[in-house]
Design a protein around this ligand. Structure first.
Ligand code: HEM
Length: 248
């Protein structure tokens, strides 16, 4: 009953966003209605939403619903990256402050890598970025420690009759919500040695092993298993971006 009152500011903001987005959405819907082939339509998130809308319930095809989707996605994209970048700077500053006299600071280590891989005249491109292994591992470790949500993979069993896992061991009645314990896994000492410690080498080792530069077969995780490299690689042990079909 009180939800509409509590949410009044959000509803005002949503109405403002819809006013702003309406002309663009109307223009994009017209492109589809004119029968322009998909290959000649703009290739972006809004157009994908409009192309998919006819397969969804009628309510999803309105300008209001499409504007809402754009706002939700902007939220998903912006707050996660802003929080993560802030934590990254904090972690880098804190760890750098812990270096002993004459020791390289964390910032030195990362800066050195950037200068090593940057070609003259020092511009970043996709290939260069992909060789920043230490930076990648550092970011991956920051995201593991500062999760954007303590649960991941939130799903609802929607089908009548519910949903049973493929091994038949778990059944979820229709309407049941399920999620995976993101923080429980990220801080599990059986998966990550000293899980509370920020140690980018646990992921950096994965890069080295892949490149055949590291002789040691033992991983720093304590599981004896080489960790998947790259920040974007999800796994049963790294749910920061979720896992499975949607994350891929
Ligand atoms: C550090 C950055 C980010 C983190 C930690 C993060 C995390 C997540 C997580 C945990 C999910 C739920 C996955 C699932 O339930 O399967 C998700 C979904 C999603 N994220 Fe992100 N995200 C990040 C950045 C972004 C960015 C930059 C965008 C868009 C440009 C984005 C767009 C989305 C979308 C559209 C979904 C829904 C995907 C689906 O259900 O198919 N995210 N994100």
């Amino acid at each position: 009953m009180i939800a509409p009152v509590v949410c009044i500011n959000s509803r005002r903001a949503m109405a403002k966003a819809t006013r702003y987005l309406r002309p663009l959405i109307v223009e994009r819907i017209a492109i589809v209605n004119k029968g322009v082939p998909e290959s000649e339509q703009p290739n972006d998130f809004l157009q994908w939403l409009i192309q998919e809308a006819p397969n969804q319930p009628k309510v999803e095809q309105t300008v209001d619903a499409l504007a809402m989707r754009l706002v939700i996605t902007s939220f998903a994209a912006l707050h996660t990256t802003a929080i993560s970048m802030t934590n990254l700077v904090y972690d880098m500053a804190y760890l750098s402050s812990q270096a002993g006299p004459g020791e390289k600071t964390m910032m030195d280590v990362l800066r050195e890598e950037v200068l090593t891989v940057l070609p003259y005249p020092h511009t970043f491109d996709k290939r260069t970025m992909q060789t920043l292994y230490k930076m990648d591992a550092f970011m991956k470790e920051t995201l593991r420690l500062h999760l954007t949500g303590s649960i991941a993979f939130l799903r609802q069993a929607r089908r009548p009759g519910g949903w049973t896992t493929s091994d038949g061991r778990l059944h979820f009645p229709q309407g049941a919500l399920l999620a995976l314990p993101n923080s429980g896994i990220a801080y599990d000492g059986d998966i990550y040695n000293e899980p509370e410690k920020h140690d980018f080498t646990r992921f950096y080792r994965g890069h080295l092993q892949e490149e055949g530069q590291d002789e040691k077969s033992e991983s720093t995780t304590g599981t004896g298993r080489q960790l998947d490299r790259y920040i974007v690689t999800t796994s049963n042990e790294y749910l920061v971006f979720g896992h499975g079909r949607h994350a891929w």
